[in-house]
Design a protein. Sequence first.
Length: 604
Amino acid sequence: MAMRSHYCGLVTEALLGQTVTLCGWVNRRRDHGGVIFVDLRDREGYVQVVCDPDRADMFKVAEDVRNEFCVQIKGLVRARPEGTVNDNLKSGKIEVLCHEFTVLNPSVTPPFQLDDDNLSETTRLTHRVLDLRRPYMQNNLMLRYRVAMEVRKFLDSNGFVDIETPMLTKSTPEGARDYLVPSRVHDGHFFALPQSPQLFKQLLMVAGFDRYYQITKCFRDEDLRADRQPEFTQIDIETSFLSEEDIRAMFQGMITTVFKNTIGVDLGEFPVMTYQDAARLYGSDKPDLRVNLEFTEVTDVMADVDFKVFSGAATMKGGRVVALRVPGGSKEGGGISRGEIDAYTEFVKIYGAKGLAYIRVNDITKGRDGLQSPIVKNLHDKALAEVLARSGAQNGDLIFFGADKEKIVNDAIGALRLKIGHSEFGKKNGLFTAGWRPMWVVDFPMFEYDEENARYSAVHHPFTAPKEGHEDWMVTAPEKCISQGYDMVLNGWEMGGGSVRIHRADVQQKVFDALKITPEEAQLKFGFLLDALQYGAPPHGGLAFGLDRIVTMMTGAESIRDVIAFPKTQRAQCLLTQAPSPVDEKQLRELHIRLRNVDLAKPA
């Protein structure tokens, strides 16, 4: 016989007059002058239980319970007295009059109150089991489950097959650092945990499975941020015989369906923007379109100005000068203060900028006399006129400038754009529009030049197909080669990305040549894929979505750690289990591993 008849949070007025049996945890016990109220909690929410003293045995049990006791109660569902209805709860119109009260398991005093909103992350992760009892975390993980189920339903209805790929595989260190696993059987040899199932899903296309997906763990041994974990969950998808446009249309439909069916959000239109336009207008390959600010290109007009910061950047190879117009940024009584400008100057230095030039537009009709800035005297009239005209500046505006190597300008002024847009000033002055702003970024470069190593590297990965007709540029001018890569972006977050893959061995060889990967290296690292491509590999492509990121955005959480049951810290540690940890010397000997210059007594 079942121990309960209903979940606590699902007991509503539809059950008035019925006897229910509930199990859960005591969230709070309140003694009101002889009548004891217990707020009972489970994953679906709360219900109020009333314990009257006329049932002495039951009442004695209720007197002794404390927070987080695991209990079972049996009682009558009745309406709450007038004036005590709680509209914030599904069960807020009823209460349960307790007839039987059983303690299934008592609890020691918890290290914190579950309704404390000021807990440190260290405390939460150390006591993660209790943290997961909190409604905030329960709701996040239940939403994660619903998202995964909607993905599975969509893909199943479109003919995709869930196929597992190996967790112990070959190290191919062309991307992030691999997590390595030593082999006990093969001395001195190592497996790697997969950074993604990329090669295996391509092999499944060659094998003829046509449409594959997997919701799977991926591993990257890299420095962490709020949106990164050493192990993360990927919705991994690959399909054959679809064009780039077909693939994007299908998975735009998937994401639209998932958002609508889980949180009731209609994402609307997905504008398509080239990588080049995204970098030109926003300095980013994942623009946050909620921020209503754009770059103005002024590199060409700054080449001959007396201000060496601008002219030097404008004439250097790979240099760039941009203006960022902030409407109302200089208006009387409500603009951006000098102190805030100084703070922004320090902020952009984080991204490599040496400083932050600006012009206050006080009265545009007065020419340079209506402009206020230390740099105005070093800019000729034509340059000033072009800046004002191109940016569309009006009286009361503030114009910031970035001048340096293109990457530094894009990173620094792109970050400034977001910081101003998301600020209180930005929100008050219409520089930020709340809501959901999805988009596609397409036409990524195939390669980027690594100056430190004097070689090209792949922007996505080395299996991305070039645009039709760009194959020969991989040999003669790799910097001109555009890929069939695409990213789905939402509110400044990359939700997922992918590409059409190379399905011909001769094209794949050209990519390796451009990357200076020798035939011997290619065979050593990717030989099994190259061999498979020779057996009539079909045209194929796909993409992968970050499940953790999607759910983080849906919940509005500050970190993906809030949507993962047992995450790692930013130092890649699990505070709950104290992993990673030393292992027994015998285990190391079996693996033929000796530790050198490691103090195991020193805390990690």
